[in-house]
Ligand binder design. Structure first.
Ligand SMILES: [Zn+2]
Length: 449
């Protein structure tokens, strides 16, 4: 262990040294410099190079491969001149630790061999994914073990202005689409991301993950300031004393009690909530105590909040109906379903976002749609204008800690703003060639079926 850390220190030192020499080599030849440098002896001794798996690569022949189509573990080892019996033994031993049948085309592996080509490979590292790897090492005996690379996380900030859609704004900035997904998750209740306005903009602070210095993906969003229709919506990630999630600048939770729509993706509204609507089948005026979504047949319908199923059956004009009791204040109903999801029956408990059924056309309908209702204290209310209270706030005792986090994130977002105010090259691009599909496809509220 101590030896290893020494090597690491020396390696770091050698990197530093080599950097320094690179700079100096401009004014004099490097060889002379090395001789003159008393440190050069140390430098020569520890010039070992290690790869990202921690293995020496300077004294060994290292080769990288990508697994080809139809290439099995057997075929790979066969390529390196292992006998059928040896391959059988290796596979048997590997069984305790890994399933070599999980080898898939496109996955990477690296082999290590001594300079003597006849000796064969002494090590094989298989990477089923960018993080985890399996080492097969042939020394006195075969040694197999699994390990994983360390992931470094940094904080990055970005900003963008929306011209047609959030997705496009993300693309223009070279940002991950996953970031758009996470944003819409945080603001699930506050902002309808299918009805953004041109000019809406945001600044975001988020985690970026790296493996071996290469970008691996994004982590959590830490803070966002989203300006929508001239109003600023801030969100901060915070964890303390049993609370965890996203909170606004006052410490109110962003996670509302109910989802904004009972779908994973927003659907076109074919008939709005109304106290006095002309009924297309009954040909008379009567209230429409819900919202109709013209979603495709079979689209999964989600429970908008956790709760207990109080009804899941076929009921006349309503067709297949699910009702969920969320809390003492709210219940929701989902009508005309094609059928129910597995386990959805009276008395079952559901989680927010759980699939409860599928859009259909059962009961008295003119076409396939979901009729969705929210009841507040027993009275039907318009789901589209409902202003729900936050589910859980930062407790008073944690507010000082929350304030510190908020101020730190605000400062970092402000730094981003300074960069933003100095646009060279510009950070936003106006897309002129395309129709603004993002908002058109969301559907207007006034169409009826
Ligand atoms: Zn309806």
């Amino acid at each position: 262990m101590r030896f290893l850390s020494l090597i690491l220190v020396f390696t770091a030192f050698s990197i530093l040294t080599s950097c320094r020499q690179e700079v100096r080599s401009f004014d004099q030849p490097q060889d002379t410099d090395l001789q003159a440098d008393p440190d050069s002896v140390v430098f020569e001794q520890v010039k070992a190079e290690f790869d990202s798996f921690g293995f020496r690569v300077d004294t060994l022949q290292v080769n990288d491969y990508t697994i080809k189509r139809n290439e099995s573990f057997y075929l790979i080892l066969d390529k390196f001149n292992f006998s059928a019996q040896e391959i059988h033994n290796i596979t048997q031993k590997a069984k305790e630790l890994v399933d070599v049948r999980r080898l898939k085309p496109g996955q990477l592996y690296r082999t290590y061999a001594s300079a003597d080509a006849d000796a064969g490979i002494s090590r094989l590292v298989w990477q089923p994914n960018p993080v985890d790897y399996v080492v097969f090492e042939w020394q006195d005996s075969l040694n197999i073990y699994t390990s994983s690379k360390s992931i470094t996380t940094t904080q990055e900030s970005a900003s963008a202005t929306i011209h047609s859609s959030l997705y496009e704004a993300m693309q223009n900035e070279g940002l991950s689409p996953l970031l758009a997904y996470k944003l819409s998750d945080i603001y699930a209740w506050e902002i309808d991301f299918y009805r953004l306005r041109s000019g809406d903009n945001f600044k975001v602070l988020y985690e970026k993950k790296y493996i071996d210095g290469e970008e691996y993906g994004i982590g959590d969003i830490l803070a966002v300031q989203f300006e929508h229709m001239g109003r600023l919506y801030s969100a901060y990630k915070f964890e303390s004393e049993g609370v965890s999630g996203y909170f606004d600048e006052e410490g109110n939770s962003m996670q509302k009690a109910l989802l904004k729509v009972p779908f994973k993706y927003n659907q076109r509204i074919s008939s709005n909530f109304s106290y006095n609507r002309f009924h297309p089948i009954l040909k008379q005026r009567r209230p429409h105590y819900g919202v109709d979504y013209a979603a495709p047949y079979g689209t999964p319908v989600l429970a908008v909040g956790k709760g207990t199923v109080t009804e899941a059956r076929y009921r006349g004009a309503n067709g297949n109906i699910v009702q969920i009791h969320h809390n003492s204040t709210y219940r929701t109903a989902y009508l005309h379903l094609k059928g129910f999801a597995r386990g959805i029956r009276k008395g079952a408990t559901v989680e927010q976002g759980q699939i409860i059924g599928y859009v259909g056309n059962t009961g008295r309908v003119t076409g396939t749609h979901l009729h969705y209702e929210i009841y507040k204290n027993g009275r039907p209310i318009n789901p589209l204008t409902l202003d729900l209270p936050a589910s859980e706030s930062v407790p008073e005792s944690a507010m000082p800690a929350f304030e510190r986090v908020r101020q730190e994130y605000d400062r970092k977002l402000l730094d981003q703003q300074d960069e933003y105010a100095f646009p060279n090259p510009p950070l936003t691009h106006i897309n002129s060639g395309l129709p603004s599909g993002g908002r058109n496809s969301s559907g207007a509220l006034h169409t009826t079926d």
